[in-house]
Design a protein around this ligand. Structure first.
Ligand SMILES: C[S@@+](CC[C@H](N)C(=O)[O-])C[C@H]1O[C@@H](n2cnc3c(N)ncnc32)[C@H](O)[C@@H]1O
Length: 192
């Protein structure tokens, strides 16, 4: 999948189906994460900022959101949509290649429908690096598709989190299939 040069269908689906019409899909999930509003949140793999927009709606004046993506194309889109909000910061790059973030910097890291697209061999380094950026008692919230043809198994997510030193607080495999992404697993993993 090309993140720098996405095809027109991907751009249209992202804008029309997810950004303009998909609010409920994002808000419903966000409501389950326990976000209070004063947290320092990292959205890892923020894409065009669809989820980021809903995170900002839930954050209060003292909350902060860092939007990080490896793709300049999607990062520019997120900036165009959200950069008027002074609580949001935007970082483009590969967290495993160079230090982009401070240690212990985040109360919550959100990984939403992106890790399954990362090559399997790269996932461990990413999750291990992300865990170093959690504040004590901070948590990673993750929602990923799990179907064989488009997704990753919950057992792999659990193993990645465990190997990064995180403890599972909750993990739920949705019984019903979502229209866009098939079956989804949602999990919460805390730094002890
Ligand atoms: C399907 S989009 C998800 C966007 C957003 N999280 C959402 O739910 O609307 C996946 C995003 O992950 C980004 N991505 C893929 N690999 C990445 C990596 N190693 N580091 C940061 N972002 C990455 C892609 O560039 C893309 O914007």
């Amino acid at each position: 999948m090309s993140y720098e040069n996405p095809g027109l269908p991907d751009v249209v689906v992202e804008d029309l189906i997810l950004y303009r019409l998909g609010g409920g899909f994002y808000r419903t999930y966000l409501a389950t994460t326990g976000l209070i509003g004063n947290e320092r949140v990292l959205e890892f793999g923020c894409g065009g900022g669809t989820m980021s927009r809903h995170i900002l709606t839930r954050l209060g004046g003292d909350g902060r959101l860092t939007c990080l993506d490896i793709s300049e194309f999607w990062m520019e889109k997120a900036k165009r949509r959200l950069s008027g909000d002074s609580r949001a910061t935007f970082i483009c790059g590969d967290i495993t290649a160079s230090p982009l973030l401070a240690d212990d910097a985040f109360d919550m890291i959100l990984i939403h429908i992106m890790l399954h697209d990362v090559p399997a061999a790269d996932r461990k380094a990413i999750v291990t690096t992300l865990a170093t950026h959690l504040a004590p008692s901070g948590k990673i919230c993750i929602r990923e598709p799990t179907d064989r043809n488009h997704g990753m198994p919950p057992s792999e997510i659990r193993a990645l989190m465990r190997d990064a030193g995180l403890v599972e607080v909750k993990g739920t495999a949705a019984a019903s299939s979502s229209m866009m992404f098939g079956h989804l697993f949602s999990g919460e993993f805390r730094r002890p």
